[in-house]
Design a protein. Sequence first.
Lengths: 358, 124
Amino acid sequence: MSAFIQPHYLWVAITVFCILILLLTGAIFLYLYRKKSIFFANAYIQKQFEEWISACILDDTVAVNQSIVVPLFLQQQLKNVRKKQFALNLLLQNKRQLMGFAAQKIIFLYEELGFKQYSIQKLKSRTWHIKARGIQELYLMEQHDMLNQIYVYTNNKNEHIRTEAQIAIVRLLGFAGLRFLDILSHPLNEWGQINLLEQLKQFSLTPMHHLSKWLCSNNYTIVLFVLKLVAVYQQFQTHDVVVNCLHHKHEKIRTQAIKTLARIANEHTATILITHYANEKFTNKKMILEQLSTMTVNAKALFFLACLHEENNVLKLIAAKALNQCSQGGINVLQEKAVQYPKDYEPIYLHVKSGIGV
Amino acid sequence: MKILLVEDDQLMLKTIILRLKKEGHDITSCTDGKEAIEQIENQIFDLIITDIMLPYVSGLEIVGIVKETTSTPIIVLSSMGQEKTIEEAFELGADDYITKPFNLTELSFRIKRFAKAYELQLAI
């Protein structure tokens, strides 16, 4: 009998369980109710705001900077922080998609509706994601007068704030905005690098005078980014400094330097890469072979031929493919090798012949 | 011109509609690809303007479906960095494209180009 639960405890357990279920149901109900009311409130403001804003944007009878009258109902709605943010998001979303007169009108509305002050408040916040959000809003709305306030965050210890500020400076100043690289002591992460290169696409190229200095930076992420920049915009004047990067202690930088050199190659580049080949490990040896195969140099056929004796089969295969690409008789050489040493070279020969990539 | 406008961003949709209505076009709008296909099946349009990223059926699929059966001109709205998608759209038969962010005046000019061709066709 003692193995069974006492009726008293059973009742207590049932009661506790029922109370928990009731509490959970109540919590779910409250949560869904709140979610639903937010949804309807957002839908209401969206409808009101969208109509007013699209009419404002397209009203070309009014000059861009001519004062506008904000309807009373909208003014009241915008007193609520959540609704205000929702309306601001709508403006930002539209700004991302439009240019010209309509975009200028959106910027004017942003300022007139007091959203700029709201973004500045966010910029001053101590919470990182609010600060980052503030920076984003300001640069999307092209607030050039906020440049100095944003610039100080380009070397912030928080990665997200730093990335947003760097993007902001580049968005506002174009290539000149890259000056933040002079003061950057924190790493420039991969996402930030991609983002900056993407932002720069919108601007026409202007001379970058500090490239050589940045390529010698102690911050290896700056070197990596600038190497990519040099490759994309083919900054031939930096060739010799990029060659120095081949001796950098970080393998990633050496890899990028090889890629960059292929993009800014001159008559000496192939020889430099061939000479450097012996000092490298597998990844960069592979990279050198791949990049050399894209460069138009006659002497490289001999080098590829020599690389057929590499111990690593992947390197052998890349060299064989490159040899086939750059020399007309390359495939015959491979065939001869395959006959002489079938165990080592026949699979490679067949692979190259069939045109299968590595 | 009778134009079908397919754009999932409501504010953008309203802005373009207002602009095109101001210029005297007859606009039918949809916010997703499925609805657009239904409209295309039920009506004849002189021009279709479609975003690429749409719910249910993408803008590319719309281009493919339209060009299989009609020669209705299509302008594709794409975002920056979607160069490959634009190529794909042209392969499917799209007639023009505009990259976001874009100028509404530019859109109007491009529509005018199609309107001229349309008027010419009517005259013939």
